[in-house]
Design a binder for this molecule. Structure first.
Ligand SMILES: *[C@@H]1O[C@H](CO)[C@@H](O)[C@H](O)[C@H]1NC(C)=O
Ligand SMILES: *[C@@H]1O[C@H](CO)[C@@H](O)[C@H](O)[C@H]1NC(C)=O
Ligand SMILES: *[C@@H]1O[C@H](CO)[C@@H](O)[C@H](O)[C@H]1NC(C)=O
Ligand SMILES: *[C@@H]1O[C@H](CO)[C@@H](O)[C@H](O)[C@H]1NC(C)=O
Ligand SMILES: *[C@@H]1O[C@H](CO)[C@@H](O)[C@H](O)[C@H]1NC(C)=O
Ligand SMILES: *[C@@H]1O[C@H](CO)[C@@H](O)[C@H](O)[C@H]1NC(C)=O
Ligand SMILES: *[C@@H]1O[C@H](CO)[C@@H](O)[C@H](O)[C@H]1NC(C)=O
Ligand SMILES: *[C@@H]1O[C@H](CO)[C@@H](O)[C@H](O)[C@H]1NC(C)=O
Ligand SMILES: *[C@@H]1O[C@H](CO)[C@@H](O)[C@H](O)[C@H]1NC(C)=O
Length: 760
C-alpha cells in the first residue's frame, strides 16, 4: 500500500519548472548513461519534488544555456524557482548541448555546436556506480559501497542550502556576466573567519572573531541562522535571520550580484523570497557595489541605487570624464557629501592637506582625475589617477570630492548634489523627512508619499499578523500594538515614572517594559510608518522598540525596560551620581556615540536622533547606556520631523559629553568655562567633583577636545559621528579645537593654538 502510494507520487512529480515539454526522470537513482539535453528539455527531480536538475536559460541572451539545480516545488511559482547551483559556476553552452552521467561515472556537459566539453566532474575512473539528486538539493555521485565520490554541495556556486557546508578555503562566488569582470566572493579563511571579498584582495566584511579555529565549517540551519561550527557541530559564531525559529519551508544563503550576502526565506503569504539577514547593513558600504555604474545612494524608499553624477562618455559606464575629450579645458567640480574611491586600481595615494590644498593638488597634477577630501581626525586628501571611480553619497558624510571635468560651457549639469563647499548642504534624507514632508515642494511631497506607500505596502501583511499577536505572544519579534486602555492597565494608570515622560509597565506575561509618552500630536499615519521603520533598528546601545500605542491623540512608545532609569536622574542626585565613576562616564560617552553613529551611517538610510540629551539616555541592569526616543524629534511639544541634521546630533552629543564630565547640566555656561579651563591647561578642574578617584588625563583630554569640536558654532567644523567614535576609542588622533563660541577673550593672547602640544 505504502509502496503503491510512493510510486504514484513519483509518477506525478513532473518536471514543471522546465516548462512545456515534460520528460521527467523521477528516480531516486540516476543510472550511468542517463542523459539530459536542451532539445529534450528533460530533467532529474529529487524524490520530494523540491529540486530539479536540468538546462535553463541563464540570461536574456537567446540560445545560451547553463545546467544546474533549481527549486522545483509546486508551492513556488516558476518565476521564483531560484537557481541554487550551476555546473562550473557560470559555464554557458549553446542550444545543441547535452549533459550526461557517462558509463564511466563522470558528469559531462558537452556543447555539440562547438564540439567541446564545457565542464566535467572529473570522476571518470570507473568507481562511480550511480548518481542521485537528494531531497536537500545535493547532487551526489556514489560508488558501489555507497561512498560519496563527488557532490554538488562540495562545489558551491553562489548559494548555500540547509545541510550544505562551506569548509576552509572554499568559497561562494557571486554570479557575474562573465568570468573576466570583477567578482565578489565569500571565503572561509585558514583562521576560521568568513570574509566577503572583492576580487581576491579587498576584504569588506568579516565575521566577528571567536575562540575556535579548528576545522570550522559554515552552514545555514533550517531554523534560520547562519553559523560557523567546529568539528563537533557546535556553533562558535552565529547570526540570526529576522524570522529565526519561525517555521519556513525553504531557506537559502546567497552571495548576491550586488556583493551582499543574504539569508532568504520563502514567504507563503506573499509568494516571494524575503531577505531576513544581510551581512553588510548599509549596502553602499559594499566595496564597488556600484562598480562602473556610478555612486551608491539611498533613494526615497530606502533602496540603494547607483547614480551617475559625472558626465558619461561611454554608454553603461559611469567613468569620470577623460580630459582629452574636453574641448575647452578642464575645471574641478565640487561634490559635497560624496566619498569617491578608485577601483582599477583600488589603491589611492593619501596625503595630509587642507581642503583648498586638496583641490589644488589634483588641479596641478594632470594625471589626477579625482580627489576626495575627508577629515577623519586629521585632514586627508586622497588622489586618484584612474577614470574608474566609484563611491557613495550620504548626507552624514563630511567628505568633499573634486572631479576634473570638462569646462565645456554647454555641458549638461547632471549633478545631484553639486554645490560649492561653503553653501549649506542640500536636503537631507532621514526617517523624519520620510514621514514628515513638512517642507519642500510639491515634487518632494509626491516623492515622499511614494516612499510611504511603498513602505506601507511592503510591510502590510506582516504588520497585520503582528497586531493580532500582540498580547498573546509578547515575545514574538513583531511590534506590539497597545490601546490606550491597555497602556493605562499595564502601567497602573501611568503611576510608576522611571524617567521624564517614561513609565514602568508590566505585561500580562509579567515582562517589564518601559512606556514613553511622546506627549506630542503626530499625524497617525506618519507616526505608524515611523514606528515601523524604527522597530527594525537593532543596536546594543539603542533601546529596542517593542511596540506602540496610536489611538486618538495618544502616542506612546513601548521599549524594553532599562532597569536603572535615565541618566539625568543620576546626575541630579548626589548619592546616585557616585555610581557614575570616571570609567562608567567614559563608557557611556562611547556607547552613546556608537548608537548615534549607527543611526547616521549604519542603517539603510540616515536617521537623525533630533533630541539627544541626558533624559533620553537610559541605563540597563548592567548600567550599559541605551539611547531612546531616536527618530522622533520633539520640540515644544510639537513633533517636527524635518530640519534635523547630523550636525545637530553631533552638537547635542558634545553637550552631553560636557554634561557627563562636569556633572553640570547648564551646558551653555559650562562650555565656555570648560573651554577656558582646558585652554589654560587646567582640564582636571572641569571634572565633576563628586567623582571618587581620578580621571584618566589622556581620556579626559581626548573627550574634551572632541566635545569642543562637536559644539563648534560653525557646523562645518563639527566632526562626523564616525570620527567621534574613533577618537573616543583612541584609534584616531584629534587636533586641539578652536574656540567653540565667540569668546570674550582672544585665545591668541593666551597662547596660540599651535603651541598646544598634541597629547594623543
Ligand atoms: C529561453 O528563452 C527564450 C527566449 O529568451 C524562450 O523562447 C525559451 O522558451 C526559453 N527556454 C527555456 C527552456 O526556458
Ligand atoms: C539554435 O540556435 C541557433 C542560433 O544559434 C538557431 O539558428 C537554431 O534555430 C537553434 N535551434 C533550436 C533547436 O532552437
Ligand atoms: C576515482 O577518482 C576519485 C576522484 O578523483 C577518487 O576519490 C577515487 O578514489 C578514485 N577511485 C579509484 C578507484 O581510483
Ligand atoms: C583570516 O581573516 C581575518 C579577518 O580578515 C584575518 O585577520 C586573518 O589574518 C585571516 N587569516 C589568514 C590565515 O589569512
Ligand atoms: C581536522 O580534521 C582532520 C580530518 O578530518 C583531522 O585529521 C584533524 O586532526 C582535525 N584537526 C583538529 C585540530 O581537530
Ligand atoms: C529560538 O529558540 C531558541 C530555543 O527555544 C532560543 O534559545 C532562541 O533565543 C530563539 N531565537 C530567537 C531569535 O528568538
Ligand atoms: C528606489 O529604488 C528601488 C530599487 O531600485 C526602486 O524599486 C524604487 O522605485 C525607488 N524608489 C524611488 C522613490 O525612487
Ligand atoms: C598649484 O599651482 C599653483 C600655480 O601654479 C600654485 O600657486 C600652488 O601652490 C599649487 N598648489 C599646490 C598644492 O601644489
Ligand atoms: C551648470 O551649473 C553651473 C553652476 O550651478 C551654472 O553656472 C551653469 O549655468 C549651469 N549650466 C547649465 C547649462 O545649466
Amino acid at each position: 500500500m505504502l509502496q503503491l502510494e510512493c510510486l504514484l507520487r513519483l509518477a506525478l512529480l513532473l518536471c514543471v519548472s522546465f516548462g512545456f515539454l515534460l520528460h521527467p526522470a523521477v528516480t531516486a537513482v540516476i543510472p550511468l548513461g542517463s542523459k539530459l539535453s536542451v532539445v529534450d528539455n528533460n530533467c532529474w527531480v529529487s524524490t520530494n519534488g523540491d529540486f530539479a536538475f536540468g538546462f535553463f536559460n541563464i540570461t536574456d541572451e537567446p540560445n545560451q544555456f547553463s545546467v544546474g539545480i533549481r527549486f522545483n516545488s509546486k508551492s513556488i511559482p516558476y518565476s521564483q524557482q531560484t537557481l541554487v547551483w550551476i555546473a562550473g559556476g557560470h559555464v554557458k553552452v549553446s542550444n545543441v548541448s547535452y549533459f550526461q552521467l557517462t558509463p564511466q561515472g563522470e558528469l559531462v556537459l558537452f556543447d555539440s555546436l562547438h564540439g567541446v566539453t564545457a565542464w566535467t566532474s572529473g570522476t571518470g575512473n570507473g568507481s562511480v556506480v550511480s548518481a542521485a539528486l537528494h531531497d536537500n538539493g545535493n547532487l551526489v555521485l556514489i560508488d558501489a559501497k555507497q561512498k560519496v565520490i563527488w557532490q554538488s554541495f562540495d562545489n558551491p556556486s553562489d548559494t548555500l542550502l540547509p545541510g550544505q557546508r562551506l569548509s576552509v578555503s572554499k568559497y561562494l562566488r557571486a554570479s557575474s556576466k562573465d568570468l573576466e569582470t570583477s567578482y565578489y566572493s565569500l571565503y572561509l579563511n585558514a583562521s576560521g573567519r568568513l570574509q566577503l571579498r572583492w576580487e581576491s584582495n579587498i576584504v569588506y566584511w568579516t565575521s566577528e572573531s571567536h575562540s575556535s579555529t579548528a576545522n570550522l565549517t559554515a552552514s545555514i540551519t533550517s531554523d534560520g541562522s547562519f553559523q560557523l561550527q567546529d568539528q563537533h557541530s557546535k556553533a562558535v559564531w552565529s547570526v540570526f535571520g529576522e524570522d529565526h525559529n519561525d517555521s519556513v519551508s525553504y531557506r537559502f544563503l546567497r552571495l548576491d550580484l550586488d556583493g551582499n550576502l543574504r539569508l532568504y526565506s520563502w514567504m507563503e503569504d506573499s509568494q516571494s523570497w524575503r531577505s531576513v539577514w544581510q551581512a553588510v547593513d548599509n549596502q553602499c558600504k559594499v566595496f564597488a557595489t556600484c562598480g562602473e555604474r556610478g555612486v551608491c545612494v539611498f533613494n526615497a524608499s530606502g533602496s540603494a541605487e547607483c547614480r551617475c553624477p559625472f558626465k558619461t562618455i561611454e554608454t553603461n559606464k559611469c567613468l569620470v570624464p577623460n580630459k582629452q575629450d574636453c574641448a575647452s579645458g578642464t575645471e574641478m567640480k565640487v561634490y559635497k557629501n560624496i566619498y569617491l574611491y578608485g577601483i582599477y586600481p583600488p589603491d589611492d595615494s593619501i596625503v595630509m592637506s587642507s581642503l583648498q590644498q586638496c583641490e589644488q593638488l589634483c588641479q596641478n597634477d594632470s594625471q589626477c582625475t579625482v580627489a576626495t577630501f575627508s577629515n577623519i581626525g586629521s585632514p586627508q586628501c586622497s588622489i586618484k589617477k584612474t577614470k574608474y571611480i566609484t563611491g557613495y553619497e550620504d548626507p552624514s558624510l563630511t567628505s568633499i570630492s573634486f572631479v576634473r571635468s570638462c569646462a565645456d560651457p554647454f555641458a549638461v549639469n547632471l549633478s545631484f548634489t553639486m554645490s560649492p563647499p561653503s553653501e549649506p548642504s542640500p536636503h537631507r534624507l532621514c526617517v523624519s523627512c520620510l514621514v514628515g514632508a513638512a517642507s519642500g515642494t510639491f515634487f518632494i511631497v509626491g516623492f515622499v508619499q511614494l516612499g510611504i506607500v511603498f513602505f506601507i505596502c511592503r510591510r502590510k501583511s506582516s504588520t497585520m499578523r503582528r497586531v493580532t499577536l500582540a498580547f498573546t505572544f509578547p515575545n514574538s519579534k513583531g511590534l506590539m500594538v497597545l490601546s490606550f486602555a491597555e497602556i493605562k492597565s499595564v502601567t497602573g494608570d501611568l503611576k510608576n515614572q522611571v524617567g521624564p515622560n517614561m513609565f514602568k509597565g508590566v505585561l500580562p506575561s509579567n515582562r517589564v517594559i518601559a512606556i514613553k509618552d511622546l506627549n506630542a500630536s503626530i499625524d497617525e499615519r506618519k507616526f505608524r510608518s515611523a514606528v515601523l521603520k524604527i522597530g527594525n533598528i537593532h543596536h546594543k546601545n539603542l533601546m529596542k522598540l517593542e511596540g506602540y500605542c496610536c489611538e486618538f491623540n495618544h502616542r506612546y512608545l513601548v521599549y524594553e525596560y532599562p532597569k536603572n532609569g535615565s541618566l539625568d536622574k543620576y546626575l541630579d542626585d548626589c548619592t546616585l551620581c557616585k555610581k557614575l565613576t570616571w570609567r562608567k562616564r567614559v563608557e557611556i560617552c562611547s556607547s552613546v556615540a556608537k548608537a548615534i553613529c549607527y543611526l547616521h551611517s549604519g542603517c539603510r538610510e540616515f536617521i537623525s536622533h533630533g533630541n539627544l540629551k541626558c533624559e533620553n539616555v537610559m541605563l540597563d541592569e548592567n548600567s550599559v547606556a541605551k539611547v531612546s526616543e531616536y527618530g522622533f524629534a520633539i520640540v515644544n511639544g510639537e513633533a517636527t520631523y524635518c530640519g534635523f541634521s547630523a550636525e545637530k546630533d553631533v552638537a547635542d552629543f558634545g553637550k552631553l559629553v560636557l554634561t557627563l564630565l562636569t556633572g553640570c547640566r547648564d551646558h551653555e555656561q559650562v562650555c565656555e568655562w570648560a573651554y577656558k579651563e582646558w585652554l589654560e591647561e587646567r582640564a582636571t578642574n572641569v571634572v565633576d567633583k563628586r567623582i571618587d578617584g581620578c580621571a584618566n588625563s589622556d581620556e579626559l583630554e581626548r573627550a574634551l577636545r572632541i566635545a569642543f569640536w562637536c559644539v563648534q558654532s560653525d557646523e562645518r567644523k563639527r566632526p562626523s559621528m564616525e570620527e567621534v567614535v574613533r577618537v573616543l576609542d583612541g584609534t584616531l588622533n584629534v587636533d586641539p579645537p578652536p574656540p567653540p563660541f565667540h569668546l570674550a577673550f582672544d585665545p591668541q593672547e593666551n597662547g596660540s593654538e599651535s603651541e598646544i602640544e598634541s597629547v594623543v
